[in-house]
Write a protein that binds this ligand. Structure first.
Ligand SMILES: [Zn+2]
Length: 179
């Protein structure tokens, strides 16, 4: 899926403002259904976009300063190595473990990372962009459909993201107010 929708879905599922906050929502929040000061909201968005930022994001930003512009055929090898690490269950297990060991409270927002990868699996087809979920143990993967070739996948992911946020809104609107 596109990088931005990963962030929006991650924030909807893995923040206290999102569904993980249940009916209560983010901490003080007496009336607001969301809180701009909820750090887990921004952290979950960040972990949702992170796997793409630290792989192809690097290639994009380097291409901005290159006279040739962006060339999808000349992606440096190290970008694929980073893509393998950030898009595999083994890579996630190691980095997630280190993150939570460092700061326990990251356990919730950092879950947006594995969710990014799990939702990439059906939205990336066979080929160099297939999600390397079993790396480094196997090159095999599960071929889905490329979201950039199927408008239904692209739109579907945004409809899914919108539905999650509507569910958050419904939870907060139906919560019991303190008397
Ligand atoms: Zn990705």
């Amino acid at each position: 899926m596109d990088t931005l929708v990963h962030g929006v879905i991650g924030a909807a599922l893995c923040s206290r403002t999102g569904l993980a906050g249940g009916r209560r929502g983010p901490d003080p929040g007496p009336n607001m259904w969301w809180q701009i000061s909820d750090w887990t909201l921004w952290a979950a968005f960040f972990f949702g976009v992170l796997p793409d930022l630290v792989s192809f994001g690097i290639h994009f930003s380097m291409a901005m300063f290159s006279p040739n512009g962006l060339d999808w055929r000349a992606i440096p090898r190290f970008v694929f190595v980073l893509y393998d690490v950030t898009h595999s269950l083994a890579g996630i297990a190691v980095v997630y473990g280190l993150l939570v060991w460092w700061k326990r409270a990251l356990w919730l927002p950092a879950l947006a990372w594995p969710i990014h990868v799990l939702t990439d699996v059906p939205t990336h087809g066979d080929g160099i962009f297939m999600t390397p979920i079993l790396w480094p143990f196997s090159d095999r993967g599960f071929a889905g459909g490329n979201w950039w070739e199927h408008p239904s996948l692209f739109l579907g992911s945004w409809v899914f993201a919108a539905a999650l946020w509507l569910a958050v809104l419904a939870l907060r609107l139906t919560r019991r107010r303190p008397p």
